[in-house]
Design a protein around this ligand. Structure first.
Ligand SMILES: Cc1cc2nc3c(=O)[nH]c(=O)nc-3n(C[C@H](O)[C@H](O)[C@H](O)COP(=O)(O)OP(=O)(O)OC[C@H]3O[C@@H](n4cnc5c(N)ncnc54)[C@H](O)[C@@H]3O)c2cc1C
Length: 377
């Protein structure tokens, strides 16, 4: 992703030095043999030599290291916006290094292979739904979770609301254990006793806003300089560019869908949500087209349909002091039969972390119910 074309001697020197720093962190191990940065994040070292990086922003750390190459700063800023929806001046230095180092298998490595599908997360959802079979009840929003004592035994009562047009149905469940895989910002609304007595840790979970647009195009737009890749990034744009959703199908002509990503980083989390909401679909469509047009002048003529999705609480924000603050640890503790499993408990929005917390919470429940099992973690 680093823009080599047109780089000065000094740009290249700083990029090489940055790679050496990443290699050093990649080879680093603490006394227990743990890596500084690894996936899932629970395996990362908590040695102060590493966690002190969480006390400053990525921009402050780069400055301390003597890095000032605009291309390098852009690259790190892009990384922070890509994985955290934050700028280099907002994300913690620990999080920025986590982005680059956790995926390297070894020093000098280019990173682990990644998985992607034309239909995105829908592939995973379908797989899980097939496994769950008729045990799955979709289309129900949980509106109340209440731990109670019945017949001397603590259980959890759950109320859900299913809405199908005018037909609304309320359903009640009683469970020995409940796994809440929803983000932390929802827990004070859903867990009944927490409505009036909100746990302290909830306030430290902050979420950034994103606008995501899908453009159905009649054919691939021509570009200047580079052939279309899967992930296409515009240097010095506020967006992250776009991915070609059908790239893995192996066809490089004909209709396709371009998925365009725009994290809102300039504002506070609340301000970002207000900004996101204040801009209507047509204005967002114009932002998207004007940005893509710089690389593909005929994009407006080729676009048949353009859908805009606004995500107000899109990604957890690893601001300085959050990942290693203890808030995540407090938030993941089971409470009166309720177990917590959302990815935000890692402080970074990555699927590897979703799998980790889902598995961890499942194993917590098995242990809580004294069901013998072998941990896969
Ligand atoms: C724009 C964007 C791009 C991303 N790209 C990547 C990527 O390329 N790679 C990557 O690894 N990660 C990516 N992520 C992050 C990844 O999507 C998340 O980390 C992951 O989806 C989190 O999974 P989860 O199951 O923990 O939580 P979520 O996906 O947030 O799931 C929570 C679920 O709870 C449901 N829910 C909420 N309230 C209720 C209720 N009251 N009752 C019932 N259900 C409820 C929601 O509908 C939702 O389905 C991206 C995120 C965003 C926003």
């Amino acid at each position: 992703m680093y823009l080599r074309a047109g780089a000065t001697v000094e740009d290249r020197r700083q990029w090489a030095k940055f790679q050496q720093v990443l290699d050093r962190w990649s080879a680093w191990r603490d006394r227990q043999g743990r890596r500084a940065f690894t996936l899932p994040l629970a395996g990362c070292s908590d040695d102060p030599a590493v966690t002190q990086l969480d006390k400053m922003t990525a921009a402050q750390w780069l400055g301390q290291q003597g890095f000032d190459s605009p291309r390098l700063l852009w690259m790190v800023d892009y990384a922070c916006r890509d994985d955290y929806g934050m700028s280099v001046g907002q994300a913690s230095a620990w999080a920025a290094l986590f982005y680059f180092v956790s995926r390297r298998v070894a020093p000098g490595g280019t990173g682990r292979p990644f998985l992607t599908w034309p239909e995105g997360n829908a592939r995973i959802v379908r797989h899980l739904a097939e496994m769950a079979g008729d045990r799955l009840r979709s289309g129900e929003a949980v509106i109340d979770i209440n731990p109670v004592v019945r017949d001397g035994r603590e259980i959890v009562e759950v109320v859900s609301l299913a809405s199908n047009g005018a037909d609304e149905r309320v359903r009640g469940y009683r469970a020995n254990r409940v796994i809440m895989a929803t983000p932390q910002f929802l827990t004070p609304y859903l867990v009944r006793p927490w409505r009036s007595d909100r746990p302290e840790h909830v306030a430290s979970f902050e979420y950034g806003s994103w606008m995501v647009a899908n453009l159905a195009v009649d054919q691939r737009p021509a570009g200047i300089g580079f052939p279309m890749a899967w992930d296409n990034v515009f240097y010095n744009s506020r967006s992250l560019g776009y991915v070609v959703a059908t790239h893995q199908a192996g066809e490089d002509r004909g209709p396709t869908v371009l998925t365009y990503y725009y994290p809102i980083v300039d504002e506070s989390p609340k301000g970002g949500r207000r900004f996101l909401e204040s801009i209507g679909r047509d204005e967002w469509a114009d932002v998207v087209l004007a940005d893509i047009e710089r690389a593909h002048p005929e994009i407006r003529q080729l676009t048949r349909e353009l859908n805009v999705a606004r995500w107000g609480h899109a990604m957890i924000r690893p601001k300085p002091g959050f990942v290693w603050s203890g808030s995540r640890e407090s938030a993941r503790q089971p409470w009166r039969g309720i177990h917590f499993a959302n990815t935000d408990l890692s402080g970074v929005a990555l699927f590897e972390e979703a799998f980790y917390h889902g598995t961890r919470a499942g194993e917590e429940v098995l242990a809580g119910l004294s069901i013998s099992h072998q941990s896969v973690l």
